[in-house]
Design a protein around this ligand. Structure first.
Ligand code: KG4
Ligand code: ZN
Length: 346
C-alpha cells in the first residue's frame, strides 16, 4: 500500500499544502499566495504574513486532501516545514500539523525548507537518486538563500557555497523595486526583459575562486545606472512610463538578469566538475527563471533535473516528498518540536 503524506508549508508568504504518495506521486498541490497582499509594501511584512496564514490554512488543507478524494484520516504521515523562515509564519503551519497529528494519531515529521526545495526534483519523472545517482550538486536559489550543496545520499549534505550578502531572489526583488516593477520581482524582471537588445551589461561578482556568491554590488550598480538615466527617482513614487524609459527598464532588467544567470550557472557547473558529481538538482523560487534554466541546461555537461516552475516556488508537495525519505530513515518528531527560523542545511 502506498504511503500517503500530507506536506504543509508556511515559511514565508505562501500558505500551501500538498499530498504525495511514496515520495513521488503528486496527488495535490494547493497554494494560496499572499503576493498581492504584500506587493504594496514591496516585500513580505512578517506580521501580515502570519495573520494571513491563519486565515488561509484551514481551507488550503481541506482542499489539498479533498481534491484527491481523501479525508485527513487517510493521511499516513503529517509533514511540516519548521525552518528556516519567518518565525510567526512557521508557527502557524507547525501548530496545524501538530493538531492533525495528535488528533488522528499520525506521525509528525519536521522538514527543512531548503531540503524540501531539493526534493521537488523527486516529483519530476526522474528519480535523481537512481538516475543519474549520487553524488549530486544541488542549487537552492530562493528569496532567502543561494546555496550550493553537495548531496552524497538521502539527507546527506555538505554546504560548499552560499551568498555572502543578498540571496538571488532578494536581489531580483530589490532590482524590480529600483526599476519601478511589481513584487515579487523575479517574475517581473523576467517578463520585462523579453525582447531586450542585450547591449547593456552590469558587473559580475566572481568572489575569486570560491563557490560563494555576492549580489549586493550588482544591485548598487543597477541603482546607479537607474539613477543616472532617470529611471529611479528618489523623490517620485512612480517610474516614468514613456516609451524611452520603458525601453531602458527592459535593457537594465535584462542586464541584471543576465549577470545573475551568468554567475549562478558558471559557479554551479564549476562546483559540479570539482566534486565529480553525477548530476545537477535545482530548486527554489529563482529556479522558475526561464533564462537561468535555459543557461544551466546549455552549460552543463551532466544531466540536470529541474522541477516545473510551480514546484520551484514554495509549495507543500515538496515538503511531503522530502518527508517520505525522512520517514524511511525512521525519523519520529516530538510534539514539542519548535520552529527554527535560522535552520541551516549542510
Ligand atoms: O522559494 P521561494 O518561493 O520562497 C523562499 O523560500 O524564499 O522563492 C521566492 C523568490 C522571490 O525572491 C522571487 O522573486 C523569486 O523567488 N522568483 C523568481 C522567479 N519566480 C520567483 N526569480 C527569478 N525569476 C523568476 N521567474
Ligand atoms: Zn522557498
Amino acid at each position: 500500500m502506498a504511503l500517503t503524506i500530507l506536506g504543509i508549508e508556511t515559511s514565508c508568504d505562501e500558505t500551501a499544502a500538498g499530498v504525495v504518495e511514496d515520495g513521488k506521486v503528486l496527488r495535490s498541490n494547493i497554494i494560496s499566495s499572499q503576493a498581492e497582499l504584500h506587493s504594496r509594501y514591496g516585500g513580505v511584512v512578517p506580521e501580515v504574513a502570519s495573520r494571513q496564514h491563519v486565515r488561509d490554512l484551514t481551507p488550503v488543507l481541506e482542499q489539498a486532501v479533498e481534491s484527491c478524494g481523501l479525508g485527513l484520516e487517510d493521511v499516513d504521515v503529517v509533514a511540516v516545514t519548521y525552518g528556516p523562515g519567518l518565525a510567526g509564519s512557521l508557527i502557524t503551519g507547525l501548530n496545524a500539523a501538530k493538531a492533525i497529528s495528535y488528533a488522528l494519531g499520525k506521525p509528525l515529521i519536521g522538514v527543512n525548507h531548503l531540503e524540501a526545495h531539493i526534493y521537488a526534483s523527486w516529483l519530476t519523472p526522474a528519480n535523481p537518486a537512481e538516475d543519474p545517482g549520487f553524488p549530486l550538486a544541488c542549487l537552492v536559489a530562493s528569496g532567502g538563500h543561494t546555496d550550493l550543496l553537495l548531496m552524497e545520499g538521502h539527507g546527506d549534505y555538505r554546504l560548499v557555497g552560499r551568498t555572502r550578502d543578498d540571496a538571488a531572489g532578494e536581489a531580483f526583488d530589490k532590482a524590480a523595486r529600483i526599476l519601478g516593477l511589481g513584487f515579487p520581482g523575479g517574475p517581473e524582471i523576467q517578463r520585462v526583459s523579453s525582447g531586450a537588445s542585450g547591449d547593456y551589461s552590469l558587473p559580475r561578482a566572481w568572489m575569486r575562486d570560491t563557490h560563494d556568491f555576492s549580489f549586493s554590488g550588482l544591485k548598487t550598480a543597477l541603482l546607479h545606472q537607474a539613477q543616472d538615466r532617470g529611471v529611479y527617482l528618489a523623490d517620485s513614487e512612480e517610474t516614468p512610463t514613456d516609451e524611452a524609459t520603458t525601453a531602458l527598464v527592459r535593457e537594465l532588467a535584462s542586464a541584471f538578469q543576465e549577470s545573475v544567470v551568468d554567475v549562478i550557472s558558471a559557479k554551479l557547473v564549476d562546483m559540479a566538475r570539482k566534486y565529480r558529481v553525477k548530476g545537477l538538482v535545482l530548486g527554489g523560487g529563482v529556479i522558475a527563471n526561464a533564462r537561468l534554466r535555459e543557461e544551466i541546461l546549455r552549460r552543463s555537461p551532466l544531466p540536470v533535473i529541474i522541477p516545473p516552475p510551480i514546484l520551484c516556488t514554495d509549495n507543500g508537495a515538496m515538503v511531503a516528498a522530502c518527508a517520505y525519505y525522512q520517514h524511511l530513515r525512521g525519523e519520529q518528531w516530538p510534539m514539542d518540536l519548535d520552529v527554527d527560523p535560522g535552520l541551516p542545511l549542510g
